[in-house]
Design a protein around this ligand. Structure first.
Ligand code: CU
Length: 487
């Protein structure tokens, strides 16, 4: 029997045309199987029509979120205005989906920033409930971090200032309102914030039109195209969206591209392969460049993690079609349609950004994920989130090691940890040193059931209260979050 993996490979070699019907029928089976009893279709239904949530793959182009234009350019800062508002978007072909947006589209506009130059964003909230904007991965003062109870009230505007005193990185902004972040982000409150710096620019990685941000989300659609949000319902969010469209295609020139992969889903882990295992060269993770390129056949991203990879499409003849797929579901994510070769001055140097030596840690803390049977929910160190309680008090300037342990077995639920304010280094997993993909600065790390991951961070300057939490947002919204205060 031909394995699915081989079909993707076959599709790549044969130009892809023969692969599409195979994918469509298989995907229908996957999606039908994942539906709960009582839904329109179930596993044994003969599929005569197309389900709203199982659209044909590769019928729509990959949209690229437009860069936001500054409202003002000051000598030392760029000023932006963003309005949070409801909108209607075409996510599935031919259907209109009510969404919540930054500026009118399911993927918010991309903010482009440069290290050392401030960005000021005036966020106006026109929703009928509070919002809070968090710039994920950014090193910012507490007042500008989007603390969950630090809300932009309906009908008001709040100004966030970002100093951008950190290295180039693929960051993203998203909602963080108390108890509401899961639903808000699911319905569309997310966008890219791409920070670049001169050192990275001098490396000559692919840039401009060859630098593509790719946001991966998932969704559960009702028949009328509306999004169904039920807390902790990840098993039913069976439609994968890539920049807001189901399995789109992207024409690419025969040259190198940088793909900025972001898992912006609430709960899903993506395990991505290109045409069954073609080479992806990872150059950056959450907080920016890796010390050295890490060639791999598979990129695994838990919720909120990023991986920037370089793919050299000049290795494939014009006409080749390569499918990036999620091997955990077998579903296609994006198809690259390779066109003719073009001149390519980009490169991937063997040294990207050497890691700074780690200072000695003075404090070791435990962060334990558990399931509390009395509470009926997941906790951090035995407690649910209380925005008024400080869980960890950290001295400014100190370096700490956090031992993150997922003890939710026997339930066996994976979690991850996102720490605001800092980029940390992953030291080891169950005592085994972190692999090449985790050698760079990280702000989110996956922790499998039974696993213990040690990370190290230095709390350099900003004072005040910040949160750390599981970034499976249904979990954090239900209380899997805690507070640290830098004093
Ligand atoms: Cu979790």
């Amino acid at each position: 029997m031909v394995k699915r993996r081989d079909l993707f490979k076959l599709g790549a070699l044969a130009g892809g045309a023969a692969m599409i019907p195979v994918l469509a029928s298989e995907d229908t089976g996957v999606q039908a199987f994942a539906r709960p009893a009582g839904h329109r279709h179930h596993a044994t239904t003969t599929f005569s029509g197309r389900a709203a949530d199982a659209p044909d793959p590769f019928t729509v182009p990959l949209p690229l979120p437009p860069a936001l234009k500054p409202a003002a350019v000051l000598p030392d800062a760029d000023v932006y205005r963003v309005t949070t508002r409801p909108a209607v978007a075409e996510l599935l072909p031919g259907l209109q989906t009510p969404v919540l947006t930054y500026g009118g589209s399911y993927i918010g506009p991309t903010i482009r920033a440069t290290t050392g130059r401030r960005v000021i964003v005036h966020h106006t909230n026109t929703l009928d409930m509070g919002t809070a904007v968090h710039l994920h991965g950014a090193h910012v003062p507490a007042a500008h971090d989007g603390f969950p109870t630090d809300l932009i009230n309906p009908g008001t505007t709040r100004t966030y200032e970002y100093p951008n005193r950190q290295a180039a990185a693929t960051l993203w902004y998203h909602d963080h309102a108390h108890h509401m972040e899961a639903e808000h982000v699911y319905r569309g409150l997310h966008g890219f914030y791409l920070l670049e710096d001169p050192a990275e620019r001098s490396l000559k990685l692919p840039k401009g039109a060859y630098d593509i941000p790719i946001m991966l989300t998932d969704a559960r659609f009702a028949d009328d195209g509306s999004l169904v949000f039920i807390m902790d319902d990840s098993g039913n969010r069976t439609t994968l969206l890539t920049n807001g469209r189901p399995a789109p295609y992207l024409p690419v020139a025969g040259r190198r591209y940088r793909l900025r992969l972001l898992n912006a889903s609430n709960m899903r882990v993506f395990r991505l392969q290109l045409a069954g295992g073609e080479e992806l060269v990872q150059v950056a993770s959450d907080g920016g460049l890796l010390p050295a390129p890490a060639p791999t056949g598979t990129i695994t991203l838990s919720a909120a993690e990023r991986a920037d990879v370089v793919v050299d499409f000049s290795r494939y003849p014009a006409g080749t079609r390569l499918v990036l797929s999620d091997t955990l579901t077998g579903l296609p994510v994006l198809r690259f349609d390779v066109e003719g070769r073009v001149r390519d001055d980009s490169r991937v140097p063997s040294v990207l950004r050497p890691a700074a030596p780690l200072p000695p840690a003075t404090t070791v803390r435990d962060v334990t994920f558990a399931y509390d049977f009395a509470l009926g929910w997941f906790t951090i160190n035995g407690r649910l989130f209380d925005p008024d309680r400080v869980d960890f008090t950290i001295n400014r300037g100190s370096t700490e090691i956090w031992r993150i342990h997922n003890s939710t077995s026997p339930i066996g639920v994976p979690h991850n940890l996102h720490v605001h304010l800092v980029q940390f280094r992953v030291l080891d997993r169950n005592g085994v040193p972190a692999g090449p993909a985790e050698q760079g600065p990280k702000d989110t790390v996956s922790v499998a059931p039974g696993e213990t991951v040690r990370v190290q961070a230095t709390f350099t300057d900003h004072l005040g209260r910040y949160v750390f939490h599981c970034h499976q947002l249904d979990h954090s919204s239900m209380g899997m979050m805690a507070v640290f205060e830098v004093v």
